[in-house]
Design a protein around this ligand. Sequence first.
Ligand code: ATP
Length: 230
Amino acid sequence: MLDVIDLTAAYGHAQVLHGLSLRLEAGRIHSLLGRNGAGKTTTLRRIMGLLPHQQGRILFAGDEITGWPTPRIARAGIGYVPEGREVFTALTVRENLTLAGRIGSGDWTIDRVMQQFPGLHPRLDAPAAVLSGGEQQMLSVARALMTSPRLLLLDEPSEGLSVQMTAVLRDVLVALRDQGMTILLVEQDVGLATKLADDVTLMSRGRHCWAGTAAEFAQAAGVRRRYLGA
Ligand code: ATP
């Protein structure tokens, strides 16, 4: 579904990705793990076309999307839930969703999204500013779904969520996977990330360092200690 090959990325003169490779199989949840500063957020931003193209290739569902502008990548079917939500607080929940719905195939409607997030339904006409942090996070995921993605990238979606909200999020991600969506998850909560994941890629200092199934990762105590200190 997604093949990232020898990707590099920099912020100005600071080289952050040094040749990262990553392969996602369709219809699976893939956790990208690594210590703070390893380059996980940068990887997602680079896939989404939010950083200048340097070296490497990105292949998505048979298309070479290397160097494509972000709107074209979104229309091709990659949804993005950025770190820190970034919902439009001056707009209502419905307006946030409607705007996102202009991108993509239209497979996802507000009604369909509300089935995944019934808790947001009574808030549809409220400004996003009055939602709790957890509700804003749900809105951020709901908004990404409105672009009808085949691949969903999520950057630390459980950050700041209560235990209950984290459980809702977990159930939604599993339901999406079971409907055939491919998910790439960056998560600080290694427990959550590995519980949800079918596959795991570990990165360190801007490079790929390990990949395997979640079951293999569970057995790989040495790898976890070395790259995560866990
Ligand atoms: P975290 O879990 O802390 O978010 P991460 O693995 O997602 O870590 P990145 O956020 O991708 O890591 O950051 C990788 C490196 O790039 C870090 O050294 C960070 O300081 C640097 N970096 C990130 N964003 C910028 C930026 N906008 N300008 C300059 N350097 C940046």
